[in-house]
Design a protein around this ligand. Structure first.
Ligand code: COA
Length: 143
């Protein structure tokens, strides 16, 4: 199956909320939150679609530390897992952050969320900290 990656638009937010609700242990946000992400940081809020939305990723620039950004959420429809959807979303997100001059990408993943940790480690993220039940990962994207 060929999937298209595009920026999420406000109108997609209900569908993104529905998908997020199926993607435990991710803590789904409400549609209104996704609407505002689409409105304010659309360049880093991407989705994969075939005949419907099958995955999304949200990245957030950290406004008080120059060059730092975070991955907030990434999710793939359970019916389409292990088809490299998260891989293409994360690749595109990293590409955009890099071309926009960011130096460092961080994320926190539940210590029990093995698929997600494997995904990020496969993309060159390294474990840098432990905060309660969360593991913090970081990837340097300088030059
Ligand atoms: C984590 C998640 C996004 C991976 O999505 P996906 O589209 O299935 O991932 P991909 O097919 O691109 O897999 C890429 C890599 O991730 C890792 N991975 C994916 N699923 C895995 C699994 N079930 N077990 C172990 N590693 C896994 C592997 O390293 C894989 O590479 P490989 O296929 O060469 O082995 C998906 O499982 C998901 O939506 N989980 C629920 C939401 C979530 O936990 N999000 C992260 C926190 S915000």
């Amino acid at each position: 199956m060929i999937y298209t990656i595009r920026e999420v638009e406000e109108e997609d937010s209900t569908e993104i909320e529905r998908l997020a609700g199926m993607c435990s242990p991710l803590r789904a946000s409400v549609a209104g939150t996704y609407e505002y992400f689409a409105l304010c940081i659309g360049r880093y809020f991407l989705m994969a679609e075939g005949s419907k939305i099958v995955g999304f990723i949200i990245g957030l620039p950290k406004i008080d530390i120059e060059g730092e950004c975070w991955i907030y959420q990434i999710a793939t429809d359970p019916a389409h897992r292990e088809e490299k959807i998260a891989t293409i979303l994360l690749d595109e997100e990293i590409k955009r952050f890099k071309s926009d001059g960011f130096k460092n990408i961080k994320t926190r993943i539940l210590a029990t969320n093995n698929p997600s940790m494997e995904l990020f480690m496969k993309h060159g993220f390294k474990r840098v900290d432990v905060i309660n039940e969360w593991i913090e990962f970081e990837k340097n994207i300088k030059e």
